[in-house]
Design a protein around this ligand. Structure first.
Ligand code: NAP
Length: 266
């Protein structure tokens, strides 16, 4: 058996939230390359269908579940039921959907209850709702893997960046709680903390962002794929509760996206 066989996800199925764009789409394609069938979840139909075309072009099964708001637990429960019925089983959940939130950049007194709740809901409630909805199925089927997506902001304080950094810090703690609770049930939970992964092809913008990064460049979206496959596969079977930074050394260097002072505007 080759070492690479441990990364094989053939015969498995993954739910990926926010699969229609950015890092979520890249993880869907990487898992599909490794042999995994994909359930793509998001609110808008078009991007979810586009990801579906890319996944099926790789010869994998795809079930698109647009029209799902992962901040609504009843929609999440229905999505998970549909995914299990459609795929027969779900081995992997990737809680990727998340947003900066409406209140990002506002000062503390300016923040409304709605700003606070929407930022926490899209980044943290969503991961809790999806994990809660899938865990009984994983227990009944001998285990599973949960990957949560946090951010460098889950580690550092940010000026006027309350909901995002609080929620992403919570995602790290949620991961540890899941890992500890299900450590003897073959359910592993790990977290990925991406640095800056711009979604533009504009070379000037990418160069400008890169100037403040230790590596001299930001992340490329496709660089998330191998890490996601590793954390979803047998290759990482003794890892759980871990948060893996993929940021070109930014946190190690003490660098923030804005340079020395952690301003949210950058
Ligand atoms: N890119 C970065 O530099 C970076 C850095 C650190 C962490 N992250 C984290 O990585 C994850 C992906 O970010 P990204 O940069 O790839 O962003 P993105 O391209 O904006 O993707 C976010 C995806 O989540 C979906 N989504 C958002 N809210 C949702 C909701 N309530 N219900 C269902 N789906 C929802 C969106 O689709 P719909 O709008 O159609 O629902 C979208 O496809 C996020 O958790 C983000 O916080 C990103």
């Amino acid at each position: 058996m080759s070492i690479l066989d441990q990364f094989d996800l053939s015969g498995q199925a993954a739910i990926i939230t926010g699969a229609g764009s950015g890092l979520g789409r890249e993880m869907a394609l990487a898992l599909a390359d490794a042999g995994c069938d994909i359930v793509g979840v998001g609110r808008r139909r078009e991007p979810i269908d586009e990801t579906g075309e890319m996944v099926t072009a790789k010869g994998r099964r795809y079930f698109g579940r647009p029209g799902t708001d992962v901040t609504d637990s009843s929609q999440v429960n229905a999505m998970v039921e549909d995914a299990i019925r459609e795929m027969g089983r779900i081995n992997i959940l990737v809680n990727n959907a998340g947003l900066g939130g409406s209140g990002r950049g506002k000062t503390l007194p300016e923040l409304t209850d709605e700003d606070w709740q929407s930022g926490i809901a899209s980044n943290l409630d969503s991961a809790f709702y999806c994990s809660r909805a899938i865990v009984s199925h994983m227990l009944d089927n001998g285990g599973g893997r949960i990957i949560n997506i946090t951010s460098g902001w889950g580690f550092r304080g940010g000026r006027n960046n309350f909901m995002y950094s609080v929620a992403k810090g919570g995602v790290i703690q949620l991961t540890k709680g899941l890992a500890m609770t299900y450590a003897r049930d073959n359910i592993r939970a790990n977290c990925i903390a991406p640095g800056l992964f711009p979604k533009t092809d504009d070379e000037a913008v990418i160069r400008q962002i890169g100037e403040k990064q230790p590596a001299g460049r930001p992340g490329r979206l496709q660089e998330i794929g191998p890490l996601a496959v590793y954390l979803c596969s047998e290759a990482s079977d003794y890892m759980s509760g871990e948060t893996v930074l993929i940021d070109g050394g930014a946190i190690a260097a003490g660098v923030t996206p804005a340079g020395v002072v952690p301003l949210v505007e950058a």
